[in-house]
Design a binder for this molecule. Structure first.
Ligand SMILES: [Zn+2]
Length: 361
């Protein structure tokens, strides 16, 4: 078998190297007869830490549509995906070597009639713990809670469950060896979740600096989904007639998002990139999220690391393209750290040692 060779600066350190692909791993040992496939900037496989495979605006989609979503993400360089909730059972994706590596959080768990229709297991507090235990057993080490959503009674964002129920849910997930993350737009739900030892917060627009400090100390991650937050003004407009307080709240959270996220970063909270593809956002756009994160003021290497080496390490995968690492990487025609928009135009995508997108794919 002829090995493939890719040459160029290998990020994050940028050392110029010849990377050989042998089987499904990489080596720096020169391989006789290797064919040079490409030169370019070589980046460890991108990570989309908040994506929804098998989901569209109306709920679960069939296997063909699920596959198309996964291929779209893959061809955009996202080779490791933390699925943040899907109404479809996508466990079969694990059996497909040509599709991204997938870490499933099972199906979202929300309060009855308090989330997007057809998305979640919708439960009352008395069934929360058993539902979390079931999803923890069925997933790949994560459980996704809907922390808050609009309450039609209050006319504003409100926590989905009382804090003590959330705490019991987090405890039972941990007993099952699963980590917990939660969708959180507003302020009120956050202190209880952080206090209860949640592992990650999605969106997090309601974070105070005090809570961000606690998150940093306890190693609780934040996946801000900046492109999703940019839709808050649309959500506010859609709800303004019936729920003016909610509309004002969403507008305010949006207006403060840069300060909120940058304060979390400066306090040392680990931020990761999530496109929120699926449902209301499109697949195949992890590049857009990295660019959006950098647009808030995050350094380019931090924003790219949030979708590559740092995120890989967080999720238990090889952060770097070290000797013997899985051959999951993306090659770009220019230096992404000098211009992150090049992430939109990968030259080659290599997954499990196979060229899945690019010239010879
Ligand atoms: Zn989402």
């Amino acid at each position: 078998m002829t090995a493939l060779r890719f040459s160029g600066p290998v990020l994050p350190d940028g050392e110029v190297r010849d990377v050989y692909v042998v089987g499904d791993t990489i080596t720096y040992e020169p391989q006789p007869g290797a064919t040079t496939e490409a030169r370019g900037w070589i980046v460890p496989g991108l990570v989309d830490a908040h994506c929804h495979i098998g989901l569209d605006d109306h709920g679960a989609v069939d296997e063909a549509a699920t596959e198309a979503q996964a291929v779209e993400d893959r061809d955009a360089g996202a080779l490791l995906i933390r699925d943040c909730g899907s109404a479809a059972d996508t466990s079969w994706v694990h059996d497909r070597d040509d599709l991204p590596r997938l870490i499933r959080a099972g199906r979202h768990i929300a309060r009855s009639r308090r989330y997007i229709r057809n998305y979640a297991h919708e439960v009352e507090p008395e069934s929360l713990v058993e539902t979390v235990a079931r999803e923890a057993r069925a997933g790949d080490g994560w459980v996704k809670l809907v922390g808050d959503w609009i309450s039609r009674d209050e006319g504003d964002l409100a926590p989905s469950f009382p804090a003590e129920d959330f705490a019991a849910a987090i405890a039972v997930a941990h007993e099952h060896g699963a980590k917990v993350t939660a969708h959180c737009f507003g302020e009120r739900v956050l202190p209880g979740l952080v206090e209860a030892g949640i592992d990650c917060i999605e969106h997090g627009t309601g974070l105070s600096t005090e809570l961000a400090q606690t998150m940093a100390e306890r190693g609780i991650a934040l996946v801000p989904t900046v492109m999703q937050i940019d839709k808050f003004p649309q959500y506010a407009d859609a709800g303004r007639d019936k729920f003016p307080q909610y509309a004002d709240h969403m507008t305010d959270l949006h207006a403060r998002q840069r300060d909120t996220i940058m304060a979390a970063y400066e306090l040392g909270v680990a931020l990761y990139a999530g496109s929120d593809g699926g449902g209301v956002s499109r697949h195949g756009n992890i590049a857009g999220e990295v660019v959006a994160m950098a647009g808030l003021g995050l350094p380019a290497d931090y924003a790219l690391g949030a979708a590559s080496w740092r995120a890989r390490e967080w999720l238990g995968w090889n952060p770097h393209l070290s000797e013997g690492a899985p051959a999951d990487f993306v090659v770009y025609p220019r230096d992404p750290l000098a211009d992150l928009t090049v992430l939109r135009e990968p030259s080659y995508v290599v997954l499990r040692g196979r060229l899945v997108a690019g010239r010879a794919a």
